[in-house]
Ligand binder design. Sequence first.
Ligand SMILES: Cc1cc2nc3c(=O)[nH]c(=O)nc-3n(C[C@H](O)[C@H](O)[C@H](O)COP(=O)(O)O)c2cc1C
Length: 154
Amino acid sequence: MADKILVAYYSKTGHTKAAAQKIAKAAGGALHEIVPTKEYPASYVATVAVAKWEQLKNEKPALNDKVQGFEDYNVVLVGFPIWWFTCPQLIKTFMESYDFTGKTVYPFCTHGGSGPKNSTRDIRSICPGADVKECFDATKDLTDAKIKNWLGLD
Ligand SMILES: Cc1cc2nc3c(=O)[nH]c(=O)nc-3n(C[C@H](O)[C@H](O)[C@H](O)COP(=O)(O)O)c2cc1C
């Protein structure tokens, strides 16, 4: 049976969104935007503070979006910006909102220089029933060939 691929992403300032669009096209996946109910501050510095606070309290920000027919997807790509050396807390909300048992998860991120850091470990700890691959760095030089190689599609 052919893989049915979902590309779910959160992006505050557009970098991860652009990567997710490219990835969905190259992989032939359905694109889904993860949308928090709360609005993060416009400024970078203020968002950094809010995100740190969320992480310290292990807050799980509520989401406004819902993936239709989630159970039909066997491969889920989850994209996000690195916030404080891991995925944003709202990604944890997303991972906890669905049953990932038996699914293959390919995390991907964009970042400002630190790399994916703790994101693979943290996502693995949220959905132990899934086969979670190493977080892929989609920050730059993203080509169709790179994407297909990462996903084993070539
Ligand atoms: C709250 C916050 C925390 C961040 N923490 C990190 C970090 O730990 N390491 C890093 O390299 N970049 C960090 N960044 C930079 C973002 O990961 C980077 O700009 C990313 O590409 C933004 O993606 P977006 O445009 O999809 O929101 C942080 C940005 C914000 C707003």
